[in-house]
Design a protein around this ligand. Structure first.
Ligand code: SAM
Ligand code: DTB
Ligand code: SF4
Length: 335
């Protein structure tokens, strides 16, 4: 079986020989720990070389299958093992997903991200998932899916359907991973990322900060992402949303300055990637979000719900964008 008209990974990598993938921990640490003004100036300089500094890309999320997940990710509302009170739902019907996608497009989203609370998709669910990708694409939006671990056959079908991005986060450093998740390994995560990249699907991979990790874990996570075969095209940086009854419900909130340092370091290590200011914006001041944009974040999730948790509503984001003179990125603006 062959995929038609695919951009191969070799094409994409050789087109970007100027991007470094040999960052050392020491170099990354020196960047992360630089005086704040030096760090922000450097990040903004890198950002301006590669992107319009006043444009932010907007994606909309939808949980197509909520709760009842067999994995034990300590941060997640959807794990069946966490004692979370969220009830499990079945996979949403394709027509309902497409109706929601249409609303997102009308509200200005250029990418539609569909997430399922699975360890990995079951074969019986794949036809519906594929129909969702094809349907959303036909509306003229980019598509993103996050479905857990994938095998070769599943990656092939998603690529064939025209999937643009696959989200699969490394979440934290390799060292800290087993403190947060025990039902899969860091290597499992990297394996799926590699399959996705090799198929020529854009990779969306990042993590969560504020899970009680050390500064070094945040730095190591960014080095892992920046030294992959290819930089993930999209790097979501989530701030932990504490969920009641989960093991991380009472972790101390991260200092916003540390959060901004994480964003700035991601921007410097991965200059051409979209860095997404992801979960946790409801708890951030306008000033913190403005600093994140200055540090090089250039995409967000819009709409009042992420997968299960709250997100600022569209009116709030419009007010913030107007105050900052930031404009939503159109599909034509995407690199
Ligand atoms: N089950 C799939 C998986 O784990 O890859 C897809 C859905 S999962 C909810 C997607 C990502 O959301 C996780 O990798 C994690 O980074 C992020 N996430 C989940 N719960 C979160 C929380 N409470 N706060 C911040 N980010 C969270
Ligand atoms: C990502 O890194 N963040 C998004 C998306 N990828 C799938 C999910 C955030 C989830 C926040 C918690 C919730 O809504 O349950
Ligand atoms: Fe399941 Fe994903 Fe939540 Fe982990 S993060 S419990 S895999 S839905």
């Amino acid at each position: 079986m062959e995929l038609a008209a695919t951009t191969t990974t070799a094409d994409r990598t050789s087109a970007r020989p100027h991007l470094r993938r040999d960052w050392t921990r020491e170099e990354a640490q020196a960047i992360y720990e630089a005086p704040f003004n030096d760090l922000l100036f450097r990040a903004q300089t890198v950002h301006r070389k590669n992107f319009d500094p006043n444009k932010v890309q907007m994606s909309r999320l939808l949980s197509i299958k909520t709760g009842g997940c067999p994995e034990d990710c300590g941060y997640c509302s959807q794990s069946a093992r966490n004692g979370s009170t969220l009830s499990a739902s079945k996979l949403m019907e394709v027509q309902r997903v497409l109706a929601e996608a249409k609303k997102a497009k009308d509200a200005g989203a250029t990418r539609y991200c569909m997430g399922a609370a699975w360890r990995s998709p079951k074969e019986r669910d794949m036809d519906a998932v594929i129909a969702m990708v094809e349907g959303v694409k036909a509306m003229g939006m980019e598509t993103c899916m996050t479905l857990g671990m994938l095998d070769d056959g599943q990656v092939f079908r998603l690529k064939e359907a025209g999937l643009d991005y696959y989200n699969h986060n490394v979440d934290t450093s390799e060292r800290y991973y087993s403190e947060i998740i025990t039902t899969r390994t860091y290597a499992d995560r990297l394996e799926t990322l590699d399959r996705v990249r090799q198929a020529g699907i854009n990779v969306c991979s990042g993590g969560i900060v504020g899970m009680g990790e050390e500064k070094q874990d945040r730095i190591d996570m960014l080095v892992t992402l920046a030294n992959l075969e290819e930089h993930p095209q999209s790097v979501p940086i989530n701030m932990l949303i504490p969920i009641e009854n989960t093991p991380l419900a009472d972790v101390e909130q991260i200092d916003p300055i540390e959060f901004v340092r994480t964003i700035a370091t991601a921007r410097i290590l991965m200059p051409e990637s979209y860095v997404r200011l992801s979960a946790g914006r409801t708890e951030m001041s306008d000033e913190t979000q403005a600093l994140c944009f200055f540090a090089g974040a250039n995409s967000i999730f819009v709409g009042d719900t992420l997968l299960t948790a709250d997100n600022p509503d569209e009116d709030q984001d419009s007010v913030l964008f107007a105050k900052l003179g930031v404009k939503p990125m159109a599909l034509d603006d995407h690199a």
